[in-house]
Unconditional design. Structure first.
Length: 289
């Protein structure tokens, strides 16, 4: 008697290892094991947390709906802090190639000081006199944009090794859709790593050093009223006034150091830290099938 289709789908969801063994993932598994490589189980799910702080540079900042002739804004370099909790699913298609997709929740903000200048033309006091130009300068301290939203993305890992040494390159593309303000954050991240595997010494531990490259484009906009203006200023700003900000990261590269501890054949713990102008902490727990 044939099993119903829904019964087969349910068994695959409950036990992904059935799917993996049916298709003998990863491809060329037997050849890799014949050469002495010990491969992880092909399908994995993990939950991770990352906290990151880095510098930003504002390319442009504009206000719309505010009819203030002579007003000029110039943002200084600032700081961006983010926290991301994400869920990731991955599969080893080949012994050297892993592909994954992720979805996460983003919380954070970017903050900078904005230099403002207002140039006014004062008409002549007497007939035949010359008009005067008068400029008032000031600074808007702690101009802050909340970056809460949802992030999704895809990526791949290329890996190889010789003896106890291994190397890998992790590349991903993510897009974050913001909720408090309008806009999105597009990020390309590439992280090469080189490490040592202590499993052959009866220690279920892998350690590595590496670097992280980030190419991030941020286009943000929203209502000026949502910026938390002081009460005196909020009362005179039109309700339809809007801001538009374009900014990028000041430092594309930073060093990394990390480790992975294998609890057993199914569970792994991973931790990684970033240093330099971009500081980060990353933790994840991985379940493999």
């Amino acid at each position: 008697m044939k099993r119903p289709l829904y019964s087969l789908l349910l068994s695959l969801l409950v036990s992904p290892s059935v799917f993996a063994s049916s298709f003998s993932l990863p491809i060329w598994k037997e050849k890799a094991e014949a050469l002495g490589y010990e491969l992880p189980k092909p399908i994995g799910f993990n939950i991770s947390y990352m906290s990151m702080e880095q510098g930003i540079s504002v390319d442009s900042i504009m206000l719309k709906g505010l009819d203030i002739p002579g007003l000029a804004l110039d943002a200084q370099d600032g700081t961006q802090k983010t926290e991301v909790v994400s869920f990731r699913a991955d599969v080893w298609l080949f012994p050297f190639l892993n592909v994954y997709a992720l979805f996460g929740i983003l919380e954070g903000y970017s903050q900078t000081d904005v230099d403002a200048s207002l140039t006014m033309n004062i008409p002549p006091l007497f007939p035949g006199g010359k008009p005067h130009e008068y400029t008032v300068n000031g600074t808007i301290n702690d101009f802050r944009l909340d970056l809460d939203g949802y992030t999704k993305g895809v990526g791949f890992v290329l890996a190889g090794g010789y003896g106890n040494w291994f190397g890998l390159v992790d590349a991903s593309y993510t897009q974050s859709d913001l909720t408090i303000i309008d806009g999105q954050i597009d990020a390309i991240v590439v992280s090469p790593r080189v490490g040592y595997d202590f499993n052959t010494h009866d220690v279920p531990l892998r350690v590595w050093v590496g670097a992280m490259y980030q190419d991030v484009e941020q286009h943000l906009s929203g209502s000026v009223a949502d910026l938390g203006l002081p009460p005196g200023l909020a009362g005179i700003v039109p309700s339809d006034a809007r801001f538009e900000v374009t900014q990028h990261l000041t430092t594309p590269w930073n060093p990394l150091v990390g480790m992975q501890y294998q609890i057993n054949k199914d569970w792994y713990l991973l931790g990684e830290a970033g240093f330099g102008d971009r500081q980060s902490i990353f933790f994840s727990i991985d379940r493999r099938f």
